[in-house]
Design a protein around this ligand. Structure first.
Ligand code: ATP
Ligand code: MG
Length: 399
């Protein structure tokens, strides 16, 4: 399909070759190109060492020099250019710290995880495929490069990656690869949670998540991960793609008595905030019984977030979580309500804490917060107009 990105990056391969180095496109972009899918980023592999890469190009960024990766800045884009490398010894089922730079492509691709990810392509779009990756793509098969047991033993993240690709691509796992995954799954407990989470986010959003989630359960994958290991995953059914944040919220709402520290997942503060908000929305939905409550609900959580949670209603229901008061809460009701809200946030109120303090002869305190909330509710329910003179009158009679 689209080879525009390759065309744009071609001069990088040309420059390296002009300096007598070998250079190829490799990894996900080549796989996606062969599959006729759109390509997002391009990885380049080369016989040039990091120093040599830097000497060939004017603008470079040494983002991962110790493992051979230099970013080349070319026409406003950045390209990851990595030296052909083999890996040193694996300790503790993690990626080695030591890497060896090598001078031939074969040595480089044989350390890659799956046959479909070990295909290189040169400037002329000639494919260099040492492990029948193209055939596996045609057959929709995920298969490790070399002996699966050895490859997973070296780096257990490959197990999660394999499952991630299965979920994204809807491919089958080759039976030997599948068996070795099951056999080595406990080794993922040695991995850093950050590396797992990167893959897990993509995995949960894959179109074939139903099948992959069953494999995750069969392998007891979650029992080897921080945070997740305390939950009873046999109670969880996932048949639709769902963001990791929503999945975590689902677990916490479904199994509220489990004590498990979300900080162990090392998510960003924003992600943790999102999860709490999703939990609050799920837990508030059953309490929304009247139009007035619906109004406050839409005001408090916002149309966008509520609609997002509702879009996973089927999944919540399958997991015995009630998100259903169909006559009151449905996407249409939320959208309509959002349109008629007199204000959308406290900032839009025509009165603020300072104004209130000036009106009332009381020192500031927690009462101010609850008064602001009362005024907010009064505006939302139409009891008072959002117009300063009227709000002042309201405060004088109510506070
Ligand atoms: P995506 O399209 O999602 O980026 P990708 O295949 O490009 O998928 P990356 O994580 O970007 O995945 O890795 C780039 C390439 O590096 C892979 O295609 C694979 O060849 C190799 N690779 C990445 N991680 C590993 C690993 N843990 N073990 C062996 N090879 C790996
Ligand atoms: Mg990639």
């Amino acid at each position: 399909m689209t080879n525009n990105l390759f065309e744009k990056a071609k001069p990088i391969l040309e420059s390296l070759q002009a300096h007598d180095f070998q250079a190829y496109f490799v990894g996900g972009s080549v796989r996606d190109y062969i599959m006729n899918k759109s390509i997002h980023d391009i990885d380049i592999t080369t016989s040039a060492t990091p120093d040599e890469i830097e000497s060939v190009f004017e603008k470079t960024i040494p983002i991962g020099r110790e493992h051979g990766t230099i970013n080349v800045v070319y026409q406003g884009e950045q390209y990851e250019v990595t030296t052909f490398r083999a890996e040193g010894e694996y300790i503790d089922h993690r990626r080695p710290n030591e890497v060896y730079f090598v001078r031939n492509l074969f040595e480089d691709v044989r350390r890659r995880d799956f046959t479909m990810n070990a295909i290189a392509m040169d400037m002329e779009y000639q494919i260099h495929d040492y492990f029948n990756g193209q055939q596996d793509i045609v057959d929709n098969i995920i298969r490790t490069v070399g002996n699966p047991s050895e490859r997973f033993n070296e780096d257990a993240l490959r197990i999660i990656r394999g499952l991630r690709f299965q979920s994204q691509l809807g491919f089958e796992l080759d039976p030997d690869t599948f068996k070795a995954m099951e056999q080595h799954i406990s080794d993922i407990s040695h991995l850093s949670i950050e590396r797992i989470v990167v893959e897990l986010k993509k995995l949960m959003l894959g179109n074939a998540i139903k099948q992959t989630f069953n494999n995750l359960k069969q392998f007891k994958t979650f029992s080897y991960m921080p945070f997740f290991k305390y939950f009873d995953l046999s109670k969880v059914i996932i048949e639709q793609p769902i963001p990791l944040t929503v999945f975590i919220a689902l677990l916490k709402v479904q199994q509220p008595d489990i004590t498990s520290n979300i900080s162990d997942l090392k998510l960003s503060n924003q992600e943790k905030k999102d999860i709490n908000r999703i939990i609050q929305i799920i837990e508030t939905i059953p309490k929304v019984q009247t139009k007035r409550q619906l109004k406050l609900f839409v005001y408090d959580y916002g149309k966008k977030d509520i609609l997002e949670v509702l879009s996973y209603a089927d999944t919540f229901q399958e997991n015995q979580i009630a998100t259903n008061a169909p006559f009151i809460i449905n996407s249409r009701a939320i959208v309509e309500m959002a349109q008629v809200l007199p204000i959308h946030s406290r900032k839009e109120m025509d009165i603020n804490g300072k104004d209130i303090l000036a009106l009332v002869d009381k020192p500031s305190g927690p009462w101010l917060k609850s008064t602001l909330r009362e005024i907010e509710c009064a505006i939302l329910t139409g009891e008072v107009n959002n117009f300063k003179p009227e709000l002042i009158k309201w405060v004088k009679t109510h506070v």
